[in-house]
Design a protein around this ligand. Structure first.
Ligand SMILES: Cc1cc2nc3c(=O)[nH]c(=O)nc-3n(C[C@H](O)[C@H](O)[C@H](O)COP(=O)(O)OP(=O)(O)OC[C@H]3O[C@@H](n4cnc5c(N)ncnc54)[C@H](O)[C@@H]3O)c2cc1C
Length: 467
């Protein structure tokens, strides 16, 4: 099966898109190329045009036109994905959901909101906070990333150890398949998938099965109280031991985030949050729940567990400003490494929580073996690591070493019983690694699912795997 058909003339393509979406919602030329040729990876591609539909009907019309014209469609939100999922492919348009950003309904009685895919995660949190509610999955990119992208990647975030990832908060959704049909799957205000759970399958489908146009998201009351603890250690392995010990003690913190010395310092450079620059690693530990009783017990248990690893410093945050400062440092951590090196590569490996200390030791060893600076940033409660390898892409020899180090990190995670990707998806970047994790029979099943939804291979072709 091939994704390309006879190439439509560029003027005809642009005219057709303008007829559907209007001139203000179609971008072409150098702007389209540079602004929409990239995502958060180092990959690049050239789209033929970028279109911003504003309704499901416009999506249907664009999909129908592209089918008849043999043009591929790459769905896109804010383009912050870390796997090359929105990189333009051959003969494609980018269909950007950012202008479909209406909150259609907020139903507090049933804990549900109906929203369009272009709504930014942070804007949902702001809107819900007015009612005392929130939407738990909040990737560190939440100020920019859209719900279309969050669902497309099944994003996790700092709170997912306790509350789960995006797919745990999508009751149902509307999407348009490459035949131009609009489907609603799942429920509106409860999980309604008695047999095949297509809603959950769409979460993490990376734009390859259809273009999502509405979501019914589960919302929750904001917990009455939370406590934030900060632990600073001499060595990353000591922090890792605390992570394993906290989990083994039966505590499920809302958040258990880890940063090593390199990341502490780059985040500190960017924010001046007051983090100790000489710490080998730090943990942000947060628990939430009812205001009294249980929460205090959890803090006591965590305190005694952490002290076993002999931290340099352990403190319970006392002011909102202190909490906000350390969260700001955590949220900018990835972007801030840009000040340290011209290029970075970020992995998304995940291991069983009990193997967390071994994985930290493995990353430290990989850094030495390949003579590369690798910063450790982790959603530690989920066993999810983002080792950030700093390098200069123009240096061929160093880039080769980076590729070898990446492969070594993935192998280590798989050997520890983990996975190559916890939350960032596969896209183009991790596609070559897929067969090291999945057997041919499973790869065959993935391809059959793709063919069932997109038999003409028009939706984000070549992403995740080739047909
Ligand atoms: C600084 C930084 C921090 C990050 N922190 C986290 C984190 O904590 N947790 C985490 O999981 N990720 C994180 N990410 C990765 C990224 O932000 C998430 O994957 C995010 O959900 C992507 O959202 P987006 O709007 O940018 O989507 P995009 O990057 O535009 O798209 C992501 C995928 O979804 C598909 N898609 C988008 N819209 C639609 C649609 N309407 N229909 C069908 N498919 C669609 C795209 O084709 C693509 O495959 C981080 C990235 C950065 C740069």
């Amino acid at each position: 099966m091939t994704a390309t058909a006879q190439r439509t003339d560029q003027n005809t393509l642009v005219e057709a898109l303008i007829n559907i979406a209007g001139e203000q919602d179609v971008v072409t030329g150098r702007v389209a190329m540079y602004a929409y040729g990239y995502d958060a990876t180092l990959l690049f591609g050239v789209p033929r045009a970028v279109v911003f539909p504003e309704s499901t009907q416009e999506v249907v019309d664009i999909v129908n036109y592209c089918r008849s014209a043999g043009v591929n469609i790459v769905p896109r939100g804010a383009g912050t994905n870390e796997s090359g999922g929105t990189i333009p492919v051959d003969n494609c348009i980018i269909m950007n959901c950012c202008r479909m950003k209406k909150v259609l309904e907020v139903d507090l009685d049933n804990y549900v909101a109906i929203i369009e895919p272009g709504v930014v995660n942070y804007d949902i949190q702001e809107m819900l906070a007015k009612y005392g509610y929130y939407y738990p999955p909040d990737p560190a990119s939440y100020k920019a990333s859209t719900m279309g992208g969050n669902v497309g990647e099944c994003s996790g975030g700092p709170k997912c150890f306790k509350y789960g990832v995006t797919r745990d908060y999508i009751y149902g959704m509307e999407f348009v398949t490459s035949d131009g049909k609009v489907r609603w799957v799942g429920g509106r205000d409860f999980c309604s998938e008695p047999f095949y759970d297509i809603t959950r399958m769409m979460c993490g489908s990376e734009g390859t099965l259809g273009y999502m146009t509405k979501f019914a998201i589960r919302i929750e009351p904001i917990p009455a109280a939370k406590r934030t603890m900060l632990a600073f250690y001499n060595e990353p392995v000591d922090a890792a031991q605390s992570v394993a010990d906290i989990v083994a003690a039966g505590i499920v913190p809302t958040t258990l985030e880890m940063m090593d010395n390199l990341i502490i310092n780059t985040a500190e450079d960017a924010t001046g949050a007051g983090l100790p620059r000489d710490a080998g690693a730090m943990l942000i530990i947060e628990v939430d729940g009812p205001a009294y009783g249980d929460l205090d017990d959890q803090v006591k248990t965590i305190t005694s567990v952490v002290e076993k690893a002999k931290p340099k410093q352990f403190k319970i945050a006392t002011t909102a400003a202190e909490v906000d400062a350390c969260w700001l440092a955590r949220r900018v951590a990835i972007g801030s490494v840009a000040h340290r090196a011209p290029s970075y590569s970020m992995q998304d490996i995940t291991v069983p929580r009990s193997e967390f200390p071994q994985a930290v030791a493995g990353i430290v060893k990989t850094s030495k073996d390949f003579d590369l600076d690798i910063g450790i940033l982790a959603h530690a409660g989920d066993g999810n690591f983002h080792p950030l390898v700093l390098f200069d892409q123009r240096n061929k020899e160093q880039s080769e070493r980076v590729h070898k180090a990446e492969a070594a990190l993935v192998k280590m995670a798989l050997d520890l019983g983990g996975t190559m990707s916890g939350e960032h998806g596969v896209g183009l970047l991790k596609k070559p690694l897929l067969t090291s994790e999945y057997e041919p029979v499973t790869m065959g099943a993935f391809r059959k699912i793709k063919r069932a939804f997109d038999p003409i291979n028009r939706m984000n072709p070549t992403k995740i795997f080739d047909l």
